[in-house]
Design a binder for this molecule. Structure first.
Ligand SMILES: [Zn+2]
Length: 128
């Protein structure tokens, strides 16, 4: 869907932002546990302790995006909907999207700081 080398490729395939080959998450992406380092290029995924606390800003932005999307879609499709029903739908959508925004926010945050560099085989051997 997205070409390798773009940040969207890394985000939607949960791949290392640096080489885009190794896995970014340890185990299931829905657990949101970021691997310590890339299993292909050895890039460490944390720049400092608490690095992923900044991803809460991204989670907030994703929540606002879901809120606005559901609100506009509901207002256009069902213009006579009452406010309590609309509020219930919006809250339900945000709660249902929580696992997605949780892992997406971490990999989006990492993509702010790590940039794509194609991995070459002798790179990881010479770095050791
Ligand atoms: Zn990598």
């Amino acid at each position: 869907m997205f070409k390798k080398g773009t940040k969207l490729y890394s985000i939607f395939n949960s791949k290392c932002p640096h080489c885009q080959e190794g896995d970014f998450f340890k185990g299931s992406r829905f657990k949101g546990t970021v691997a310590e380092k890339c299993n292909v290029c050895d890039k460490k995924f944390s720049k400092e302790p608490g690095f992923y606390q900044g991803s809460y800003y991204v989670t907030y932005a994703l929540g606002v995006a879901i809120f606005v999307t559901v609100w506009v879609a509901s207002s256009v499709l069902f213009p006579d909907m009452s406010i309590p029903v609309l509020a219930t739908i919006i809250v339900s959508a945000i709660v249902l999207m929580t696992p997605f925004s949780y892992y997406l926010s971490k990999i989006i945050w990492a993509n702010f700081f790590f940039h794509y560099k194609p991995h070459t085989k002798n790179e990881s051997t010479s770095a050791r």
